[in-house]
Design a protein around this ligand. Structure first.
Ligand code: FE2
Length: 455
Protein backbone atom coordinates (compact mmCIF):
# COMPACT_ATOMS: atom_id res chain seq x y z
CA UNK A 1 0.00 0.00 0.00
CA UNK A 2 1.33 3.45 -0.80
CA UNK A 3 0.64 7.16 -0.78
CA UNK A 4 -0.38 9.58 -3.52
CA UNK A 5 -1.91 13.01 -3.91
CA UNK A 6 -5.55 12.57 -4.82
CA UNK A 7 -7.37 15.20 -6.87
CA UNK A 8 -10.97 15.35 -5.72
CA UNK A 9 -12.71 18.11 -7.67
CA UNK A 10 -11.51 21.43 -6.37
CA UNK A 11 -9.43 20.09 -3.51
CA UNK A 12 -6.63 17.63 -3.16
CA UNK A 13 -5.83 15.49 -0.14
CA UNK A 14 -3.25 12.93 0.69
CA UNK A 15 -4.58 9.53 -0.23
CA UNK A 16 -3.51 5.95 0.03
CA UNK A 17 -3.70 2.95 -2.21
CA UNK A 18 -5.15 -0.39 -1.32
CA UNK A 19 -3.65 -3.85 -1.68
CA UNK A 20 -4.29 -3.87 -5.41
CA UNK A 21 -2.88 -0.38 -5.99
CA UNK A 22 -6.23 1.39 -6.22
CA UNK A 23 -6.30 4.97 -5.01
CA UNK A 24 -8.43 5.55 -1.93
CA UNK A 25 -9.38 9.07 -0.91
CA UNK A 26 -8.49 8.63 2.72
CA UNK A 27 -5.25 9.47 4.43
CA UNK A 28 -6.03 7.24 7.40
CA UNK A 29 -3.86 4.16 7.25
CA UNK A 30 -6.24 2.38 9.61
CA UNK A 31 -9.14 2.97 7.24
CA UNK A 32 -7.38 1.31 4.30
CA UNK A 33 -6.34 -1.63 6.45
CA UNK A 34 -9.89 -1.96 7.74
CA UNK A 35 -11.19 -1.81 4.17
CA UNK A 36 -8.98 -4.72 3.23
CA UNK A 37 -10.49 -6.78 6.05
CA UNK A 38 -14.01 -5.72 5.06
CA UNK A 39 -13.45 -6.70 1.43
CA UNK A 40 -12.24 -10.12 2.51
CA UNK A 41 -15.31 -10.52 4.72
CA UNK A 42 -17.60 -9.50 1.84
CA UNK A 43 -15.97 -12.00 -0.50
CA UNK A 44 -15.65 -14.88 1.94
CA UNK A 45 -18.88 -14.44 3.96
CA UNK A 46 -16.82 -14.96 7.11
CA UNK A 47 -17.34 -12.44 9.87
CA UNK A 48 -19.84 -9.59 9.57
CA UNK A 49 -19.01 -7.57 6.44
CA UNK A 50 -21.51 -4.82 7.30
CA UNK A 51 -19.91 -4.32 10.71
CA UNK A 52 -16.50 -4.46 9.06
CA UNK A 53 -17.51 -1.63 6.72
CA UNK A 54 -18.73 0.36 9.72
CA UNK A 55 -15.24 -0.04 11.17
CA UNK A 56 -13.76 1.38 7.98
CA UNK A 57 -16.08 4.35 8.23
CA UNK A 58 -15.19 4.82 11.90
CA UNK A 59 -11.50 4.93 11.01
CA UNK A 60 -12.15 7.90 8.72
CA UNK A 61 -15.62 9.40 9.19
CA UNK A 62 -14.97 11.83 6.35
CA UNK A 63 -14.51 9.06 3.81
CA UNK A 64 -17.82 8.31 2.10
CA UNK A 65 -16.69 5.25 0.17
CA UNK A 66 -17.16 2.62 2.91
CA UNK A 67 -20.74 3.81 3.38
CA UNK A 68 -21.33 3.46 -0.36
CA UNK A 69 -19.94 -0.07 -0.24
CA UNK A 70 -22.19 -0.85 2.72
CA UNK A 71 -25.23 0.38 0.81
CA UNK A 72 -24.29 -1.71 -2.22
CA UNK A 73 -23.75 -4.77 -0.06
CA UNK A 74 -27.16 -4.33 1.57
CA UNK A 75 -28.68 -4.11 -1.91
CA UNK A 76 -27.11 -7.43 -2.88
CA UNK A 77 -29.35 -9.14 -0.31
CA UNK A 78 -32.18 -8.72 -2.81
CA UNK A 79 -34.96 -7.85 -0.43
CA UNK A 80 -36.91 -4.82 0.64
CA UNK A 81 -35.73 -3.95 4.15
CA UNK A 82 -31.98 -4.02 3.47
CA UNK A 83 -32.65 -2.05 0.29
CA UNK A 84 -34.52 0.55 2.32
CA UNK A 85 -31.53 0.82 4.67
CA UNK A 86 -29.28 1.21 1.64
CA UNK A 87 -31.43 4.04 0.32
CA UNK A 88 -31.15 5.80 3.68
CA UNK A 89 -27.38 5.52 3.60
CA UNK A 90 -27.17 6.77 0.03
CA UNK A 91 -29.45 9.70 0.81
CA UNK A 92 -27.03 11.01 3.43
CA UNK A 93 -23.77 10.18 1.65
CA UNK A 94 -22.17 13.29 0.21
CA UNK A 95 -20.85 13.27 -3.33
CA UNK A 96 -17.12 13.19 -3.21
CA UNK A 97 -14.09 10.99 -3.28
CA UNK A 98 -12.04 10.15 -6.30
CA UNK A 99 -13.35 9.27 -9.74
CA UNK A 100 -13.54 5.53 -8.99
CA UNK A 101 -15.34 6.09 -5.71
CA UNK A 102 -17.82 8.46 -7.34
CA UNK A 103 -18.48 5.85 -10.01
CA UNK A 104 -19.27 3.35 -7.23
CA UNK A 105 -21.75 5.81 -5.78
CA UNK A 106 -23.47 6.20 -9.16
CA UNK A 107 -23.77 2.42 -9.51
CA UNK A 108 -25.14 1.97 -6.00
CA UNK A 109 -27.74 4.67 -6.63
CA UNK A 110 -28.91 2.88 -9.77
CA UNK A 111 -29.19 -0.40 -7.88
CA UNK A 112 -31.08 1.35 -5.08
CA UNK A 113 -33.47 2.77 -7.65
CA UNK A 114 -34.18 -0.78 -8.77
CA UNK A 115 -32.51 -0.64 -12.18
CA UNK A 116 -30.22 -3.62 -11.77
CA UNK A 117 -29.16 -3.71 -15.43
CA UNK A 118 -28.05 -0.08 -15.34
CA UNK A 119 -26.28 -0.69 -12.02
CA UNK A 120 -24.33 -3.56 -13.56
CA UNK A 121 -23.35 -1.34 -16.47
CA UNK A 122 -22.17 1.30 -13.99
CA UNK A 123 -20.11 -1.23 -12.00
CA UNK A 124 -18.73 -2.43 -15.31
CA UNK A 125 -17.62 1.14 -15.99
CA UNK A 126 -15.68 0.96 -12.74
CA UNK A 127 -14.08 -2.26 -13.93
CA UNK A 128 -13.15 -0.76 -17.29
CA UNK A 129 -11.21 1.94 -15.50
CA UNK A 130 -10.04 -0.12 -12.52
CA UNK A 131 -10.22 -3.84 -13.31
CA UNK A 132 -8.77 -4.73 -9.92
CA UNK A 133 -11.74 -3.16 -8.10
CA UNK A 134 -12.92 -6.37 -6.50
CA UNK A 135 -15.94 -4.77 -4.82
CA UNK A 136 -17.33 -3.60 -8.16
CA UNK A 137 -16.76 -7.09 -9.53
CA UNK A 138 -18.51 -8.70 -6.57
CA UNK A 139 -21.56 -6.43 -6.72
CA UNK A 140 -21.96 -6.86 -10.48
CA UNK A 141 -21.44 -10.63 -10.14
CA UNK A 142 -24.19 -10.92 -7.53
CA UNK A 143 -26.58 -8.81 -9.59
CA UNK A 144 -25.69 -10.87 -12.66
CA UNK A 145 -26.88 -13.80 -10.56
CA UNK A 146 -30.10 -12.02 -9.58
CA UNK A 147 -30.71 -11.14 -13.22
CA UNK A 148 -29.89 -14.65 -14.46
CA UNK A 149 -27.17 -13.21 -16.69
CA UNK A 150 -24.97 -16.29 -17.17
CA UNK A 151 -22.99 -14.61 -19.92
CA UNK A 152 -21.74 -11.88 -17.63
CA UNK A 153 -21.35 -14.21 -14.66
CA UNK A 154 -18.66 -15.75 -16.84
CA UNK A 155 -17.38 -12.84 -18.87
CA UNK A 156 -17.14 -10.14 -16.25
CA UNK A 157 -14.43 -12.01 -14.31
CA UNK A 158 -12.82 -12.98 -17.64
CA UNK A 159 -12.55 -9.35 -18.65
CA UNK A 160 -10.69 -8.33 -15.50
CA UNK A 161 -8.51 -11.37 -14.82
CA UNK A 162 -5.68 -10.30 -17.18
CA UNK A 163 -5.21 -7.27 -14.94
CA UNK A 164 -4.76 -9.45 -11.88
CA UNK A 165 -1.90 -11.66 -10.81
CA UNK A 166 -1.78 -14.44 -8.24
CA UNK A 167 0.30 -12.49 -5.75
CA UNK A 168 -2.33 -9.75 -5.42
CA UNK A 169 -4.44 -10.03 -2.29
CA UNK A 170 -7.97 -11.34 -2.89
CA UNK A 171 -7.01 -12.80 -6.29
CA UNK A 172 -8.44 -16.22 -5.42
CA UNK A 173 -11.92 -14.78 -5.00
CA UNK A 174 -11.86 -13.55 -8.59
CA UNK A 175 -11.09 -17.10 -9.69
CA UNK A 176 -14.00 -18.29 -7.55
CA UNK A 177 -16.35 -15.91 -9.33
CA UNK A 178 -14.92 -17.00 -12.66
CA UNK A 179 -15.57 -20.62 -11.71
CA UNK A 180 -19.24 -19.99 -10.94
CA UNK A 181 -19.73 -18.06 -14.17
CA UNK A 182 -18.17 -20.86 -16.19
CA UNK A 183 -20.40 -23.40 -14.44
CA UNK A 184 -23.57 -21.43 -15.13
CA UNK A 185 -22.42 -21.26 -18.76
CA UNK A 186 -22.10 -25.05 -18.95
CA UNK A 187 -18.28 -25.09 -19.12
CA UNK A 188 -18.00 -27.61 -16.34
CA UNK A 189 -14.40 -28.78 -16.73
CA UNK A 190 -13.07 -25.23 -16.86
CA UNK A 191 -15.32 -24.28 -13.96
CA UNK A 192 -13.99 -27.10 -11.81
CA UNK A 193 -10.39 -26.17 -12.69
CA UNK A 194 -10.96 -22.52 -11.82
CA UNK A 195 -12.73 -23.38 -8.58
CA UNK A 196 -10.02 -25.78 -7.49
CA UNK A 197 -7.35 -23.19 -8.41
CA UNK A 198 -9.15 -20.64 -6.22
CA UNK A 199 -9.16 -23.12 -3.35
CA UNK A 200 -5.46 -23.83 -3.80
CA UNK A 201 -4.92 -20.17 -2.96
CA UNK A 202 -7.46 -20.06 -0.16
CA UNK A 203 -9.30 -23.12 1.14
CA UNK A 204 -11.75 -20.96 3.02
CA UNK A 205 -13.53 -19.53 -0.03
CA UNK A 206 -17.14 -20.74 0.21
CA UNK A 207 -18.06 -19.21 -3.16
CA UNK A 208 -15.37 -21.29 -4.87
CA UNK A 209 -16.44 -24.38 -2.91
CA UNK A 210 -19.93 -23.60 -4.13
CA UNK A 211 -18.87 -23.24 -7.78
CA UNK A 212 -17.31 -26.72 -7.78
CA UNK A 213 -20.37 -28.01 -5.91
CA UNK A 214 -22.50 -26.75 -8.81
CA UNK A 215 -20.32 -28.67 -11.26
CA UNK A 216 -21.00 -31.88 -9.32
CA UNK A 217 -24.70 -31.05 -9.24
CA UNK A 218 -24.94 -30.42 -12.97
CA UNK A 219 -22.93 -33.50 -13.88
CA UNK A 220 -24.95 -35.83 -11.67
CA UNK A 221 -21.89 -36.57 -9.52
CA UNK A 222 -23.93 -36.54 -6.34
CA UNK A 223 -21.64 -38.88 -4.42
CA UNK A 224 -18.62 -36.74 -5.32
CA UNK A 225 -20.57 -33.63 -4.39
CA UNK A 226 -21.67 -34.94 -1.01
CA UNK A 227 -18.12 -36.04 -0.24
CA UNK A 228 -16.69 -32.73 -1.45
CA UNK A 229 -18.89 -30.73 0.90
CA UNK A 230 -18.37 -33.14 3.80
CA UNK A 231 -14.59 -33.13 3.53
CA UNK A 232 -14.45 -29.36 3.24
CA UNK A 233 -17.09 -28.65 5.83
CA UNK A 234 -14.69 -26.77 8.17
CA UNK A 235 -13.98 -24.36 5.30
CA UNK A 236 -17.56 -23.34 4.53
CA UNK A 237 -19.98 -24.45 7.21
CA UNK A 238 -18.71 -22.93 10.43
CA UNK A 239 -19.64 -19.32 11.22
CA UNK A 240 -20.15 -18.53 7.56
CA UNK A 241 -22.89 -16.32 6.16
CA UNK A 242 -23.21 -18.42 3.01
CA UNK A 243 -23.31 -21.81 4.74
CA UNK A 244 -27.08 -22.17 4.38
CA UNK A 245 -26.75 -22.25 0.60
CA UNK A 246 -24.07 -24.91 0.54
CA UNK A 247 -26.31 -26.90 2.93
CA UNK A 248 -29.05 -26.53 0.32
CA UNK A 249 -26.70 -28.16 -2.17
CA UNK A 250 -25.82 -30.89 0.33
CA UNK A 251 -29.54 -31.66 0.62
CA UNK A 252 -29.86 -31.76 -3.18
CA UNK A 253 -27.09 -34.36 -3.38
CA UNK A 254 -28.96 -36.51 -0.84
CA UNK A 255 -32.15 -36.23 -2.87
CA UNK A 256 -30.32 -37.15 -6.06
CA UNK A 257 -29.38 -40.35 -4.19
CA UNK A 258 -33.04 -40.67 -3.09
CA UNK A 259 -31.89 -40.48 0.52
CA UNK A 260 -34.80 -38.28 1.52
CA UNK A 261 -34.26 -38.96 5.23
CA UNK A 262 -30.76 -37.48 5.03
CA UNK A 263 -32.02 -34.48 3.04
CA UNK A 264 -34.76 -33.90 5.61
CA UNK A 265 -32.21 -34.15 8.41
CA UNK A 266 -30.13 -31.44 6.72
CA UNK A 267 -33.22 -29.27 6.47
CA UNK A 268 -34.06 -29.78 10.13
CA UNK A 269 -30.53 -29.22 11.38
CA UNK A 270 -29.35 -26.44 9.07
CA UNK A 271 -32.18 -24.74 7.23
CA UNK A 272 -35.31 -24.84 9.40
CA UNK A 273 -34.06 -22.09 11.66
CA UNK A 274 -32.37 -20.12 8.87
CA UNK A 275 -35.32 -17.90 8.09
CA UNK A 276 -33.98 -14.41 8.67
CA UNK A 277 -33.20 -13.51 5.07
CA UNK A 278 -35.08 -14.18 1.86
CA UNK A 279 -32.00 -15.92 0.48
CA UNK A 280 -32.22 -18.43 3.33
CA UNK A 281 -35.98 -18.90 3.03
CA UNK A 282 -35.66 -19.52 -0.71
CA UNK A 283 -33.34 -22.44 -0.08
CA UNK A 284 -35.38 -23.91 2.77
CA UNK A 285 -38.52 -23.63 0.65
CA UNK A 286 -36.86 -25.31 -2.31
CA UNK A 287 -35.59 -28.24 -0.25
CA UNK A 288 -39.00 -28.85 1.29
CA UNK A 289 -40.81 -28.57 -2.04
CA UNK A 290 -38.47 -31.06 -3.71
CA UNK A 291 -38.94 -33.43 -0.78
CA UNK A 292 -42.69 -33.05 -1.15
CA UNK A 293 -42.41 -34.00 -4.83
CA UNK A 294 -40.72 -37.19 -3.65
CA UNK A 295 -43.64 -38.02 -1.41
CA UNK A 296 -42.23 -36.83 1.91
CA UNK A 297 -44.78 -35.20 4.22
CA UNK A 298 -43.38 -31.73 4.82
CA UNK A 299 -46.62 -29.82 5.41
CA UNK A 300 -45.95 -28.97 9.04
CA UNK A 301 -42.47 -27.73 8.27
CA UNK A 302 -43.88 -25.68 5.39
CA UNK A 303 -46.48 -24.26 7.73
CA UNK A 304 -43.75 -22.92 10.01
CA UNK A 305 -41.60 -21.68 7.14
CA UNK A 306 -44.41 -20.04 5.21
CA UNK A 307 -45.20 -17.86 8.24
CA UNK A 308 -41.73 -16.32 7.87
CA UNK A 309 -42.42 -15.24 4.30
CA UNK A 310 -44.00 -11.81 3.78
CA UNK A 311 -46.93 -11.76 1.39
CA UNK A 312 -47.83 -8.06 1.53
CA UNK A 313 -46.11 -5.07 0.03
CA UNK A 314 -43.61 -3.58 0.48
CA UNK A 315 -41.67 -6.68 1.62
CA UNK A 316 -43.42 -8.77 -1.00
CA UNK A 317 -43.32 -7.50 -4.55
CA UNK A 318 -39.68 -6.51 -4.28
CA UNK A 319 -38.10 -9.45 -6.11
CA UNK A 320 -40.16 -11.96 -8.07
CA UNK A 321 -37.81 -14.86 -7.40
CA UNK A 322 -38.50 -14.47 -3.68
CA UNK A 323 -42.23 -13.98 -4.18
CA UNK A 324 -42.60 -17.20 -6.14
CA UNK A 325 -40.83 -19.08 -3.35
CA UNK A 326 -43.11 -17.42 -0.78
CA UNK A 327 -46.05 -18.73 -2.77
CA UNK A 328 -44.54 -22.22 -3.01
CA UNK A 329 -44.13 -22.29 0.77
CA UNK A 330 -47.81 -21.39 1.23
CA UNK A 331 -48.86 -24.07 -1.22
CA UNK A 332 -46.65 -26.59 0.56
CA UNK A 333 -48.31 -25.82 3.88
CA UNK A 334 -51.49 -27.25 2.39
CA UNK A 335 -53.79 -24.73 4.06
CA UNK A 336 -56.31 -24.04 1.32
CA UNK A 337 -57.99 -21.12 3.08
CA UNK A 338 -54.64 -19.55 4.01
CA UNK A 339 -53.36 -20.01 0.50
CA UNK A 340 -56.30 -18.17 -1.01
CA UNK A 341 -55.53 -14.96 0.86
CA UNK A 342 -51.75 -15.23 0.72
CA UNK A 343 -51.76 -16.18 -2.96
CA UNK A 344 -53.95 -13.23 -3.81
CA UNK A 345 -51.75 -10.86 -1.82
CA UNK A 346 -48.56 -12.16 -3.43
CA UNK A 347 -50.01 -11.94 -6.93
CA UNK A 348 -51.21 -8.41 -6.19
CA UNK A 349 -47.79 -7.42 -4.85
CA UNK A 350 -46.06 -8.78 -7.94
CA UNK A 351 -48.53 -7.13 -10.26
CA UNK A 352 -48.41 -3.76 -8.49
CA UNK A 353 -44.68 -3.21 -8.68
CA UNK A 354 -45.02 -0.39 -6.15
CA UNK A 355 -42.13 -1.62 -4.02
CA UNK A 356 -40.12 -2.81 -7.02
CA UNK A 357 -37.82 -1.11 -9.44
CA UNK A 358 -37.82 -1.38 -13.20
CA UNK A 359 -35.82 -4.61 -13.19
CA UNK A 360 -38.19 -6.45 -10.91
CA UNK A 361 -41.29 -5.12 -12.60
CA UNK A 362 -40.02 -6.78 -15.78
CA UNK A 363 -39.09 -10.00 -13.93
CA UNK A 364 -42.49 -10.13 -12.28
CA UNK A 365 -44.44 -9.69 -15.49
CA UNK A 366 -42.23 -11.92 -17.66
CA UNK A 367 -41.59 -14.74 -15.22
CA UNK A 368 -42.91 -14.27 -11.68
CA UNK A 369 -46.62 -13.84 -12.41
CA UNK A 370 -46.99 -16.56 -15.07
CA UNK A 371 -44.95 -18.93 -12.90
CA UNK A 372 -47.07 -18.12 -9.85
CA UNK A 373 -50.24 -18.78 -11.85
CA UNK A 374 -48.85 -22.17 -12.88
CA UNK A 375 -48.00 -23.05 -9.28
CA UNK A 376 -51.49 -21.97 -8.16
CA UNK A 377 -52.98 -24.25 -10.81
CA UNK A 378 -50.81 -27.02 -9.38
CA UNK A 379 -52.06 -26.20 -5.88
CA UNK A 380 -55.63 -26.59 -7.09
CA UNK A 381 -54.92 -29.94 -8.69
CA UNK A 382 -55.28 -28.57 -12.20
CA UNK A 383 -52.40 -30.72 -13.38
CA UNK A 384 -52.71 -30.20 -17.11
CA UNK A 385 -53.00 -26.47 -16.76
CA UNK A 386 -50.09 -26.38 -14.30
CA UNK A 387 -47.89 -28.39 -16.66
CA UNK A 388 -48.81 -26.15 -19.57
CA UNK A 389 -48.09 -23.00 -17.56
CA UNK A 390 -44.74 -24.26 -16.26
CA UNK A 391 -43.72 -25.39 -19.72
CA UNK A 392 -44.59 -22.02 -21.18
CA UNK A 393 -42.50 -20.00 -18.75
CA UNK A 394 -39.52 -22.15 -17.86
CA UNK A 395 -37.46 -21.44 -20.98
CA UNK A 396 -37.31 -17.79 -20.00
CA UNK A 397 -37.27 -18.37 -16.25
CA UNK A 398 -33.56 -17.54 -16.11
CA UNK A 399 -34.78 -13.96 -16.51
CA UNK A 400 -35.77 -13.79 -12.86
CA UNK A 401 -32.43 -15.01 -11.59
CA UNK A 402 -31.16 -17.90 -9.56
CA UNK A 403 -28.93 -20.71 -10.74
CA UNK A 404 -29.73 -23.60 -13.05
CA UNK A 405 -29.81 -25.82 -9.98
CA UNK A 406 -32.32 -23.57 -8.21
CA UNK A 407 -34.56 -23.20 -11.26
CA UNK A 408 -34.65 -26.98 -11.61
CA UNK A 409 -37.55 -26.75 -9.14
CA UNK A 410 -39.64 -25.65 -12.13
CA UNK A 411 -38.75 -28.68 -14.25
CA UNK A 412 -39.26 -31.09 -11.35
CA UNK A 413 -42.69 -29.62 -10.64
CA UNK A 414 -43.49 -29.78 -14.35
CA UNK A 415 -42.56 -33.47 -14.34
CA UNK A 416 -44.80 -34.09 -11.38
CA UNK A 417 -47.70 -32.16 -12.92
CA UNK A 418 -47.33 -33.95 -16.25
CA UNK A 419 -47.31 -37.34 -14.53
CA UNK A 420 -50.38 -36.45 -12.48
CA UNK A 421 -52.09 -35.16 -15.62
CA UNK A 422 -51.42 -38.53 -17.22
CA UNK A 423 -49.38 -36.84 -19.91
CA UNK A 424 -46.68 -39.47 -20.23
CA UNK A 425 -45.30 -38.06 -23.49
CA UNK A 426 -44.67 -34.64 -21.97
CA UNK A 427 -43.26 -36.10 -18.76
CA UNK A 428 -40.86 -38.29 -20.71
CA UNK A 429 -39.93 -35.36 -22.93
CA UNK A 430 -38.95 -33.30 -19.89
CA UNK A 431 -37.27 -36.24 -18.17
CA UNK A 432 -35.01 -36.66 -21.20
CA UNK A 433 -33.27 -33.47 -20.15
CA UNK A 434 -31.82 -35.27 -17.15
CA UNK A 435 -30.24 -37.99 -19.25
CA UNK A 436 -27.02 -36.30 -20.42
CA UNK A 437 -25.79 -35.59 -16.91
CA UNK A 438 -27.95 -37.61 -14.56
CA UNK A 439 -29.04 -40.71 -16.49
CA UNK A 440 -28.01 -43.16 -13.80
CA UNK A 441 -28.91 -41.38 -10.59
CA UNK A 442 -31.54 -42.82 -8.24
CA UNK A 443 -33.59 -39.63 -8.61
CA UNK A 444 -33.78 -40.11 -12.37
CA UNK A 445 -34.77 -43.74 -11.80
CA UNK A 446 -37.52 -42.54 -9.46
CA UNK A 447 -38.91 -40.23 -12.10
CA UNK A 448 -38.52 -42.85 -14.80
CA UNK A 449 -40.63 -45.20 -12.72
CA UNK A 450 -43.30 -42.57 -12.13
CA UNK A 451 -43.38 -41.51 -15.77
CA UNK A 452 -43.65 -45.17 -16.78
CA UNK A 453 -46.71 -45.66 -14.65
CA UNK A 454 -48.41 -42.40 -15.64
CA UNK A 455 -51.90 -43.24 -16.74
FE1 FE2 B 1 -25.92 -22.68 -5.66
Amino acid sequence: MGYFIEQTGTSSRLGRSDGRGLACSTDAAGAVDALEAALESMLSYFGDPLAALDQVAAADPGWAHPQVLKAALLLTLGEHEPARQAQEILARVEDGGNERERAHLAAARLAAAGDWEAACRAWEAVLVGWPRDVAALLFAHLFDFYRGDALNLKRRPQRVLPSWSPELPLYGYVLGMQAFGLEESGQYDEAEDAGRAALEINRRDPWAVHAVTHVFEMQGRHHDGARWLALRQPDWAVDNGFAFHNWFHAALFRMEAMDTAAALAIYDAQLASATETALQRVDGTAVLWRLGLLGVDVASRFDALSRCWPVEEPAAGFYAFNDVHALIARIGAGDTAGLAGAGEALMAAMASGASAGASNRRMASDVGLPLARAFLAYAHGEWGSAAEGLLAVRDRAHGFGGSHAQRDIISLTLLDAAVRAGNRRLANHVLNERRPGKALTPLTAYWQQRVGTAA
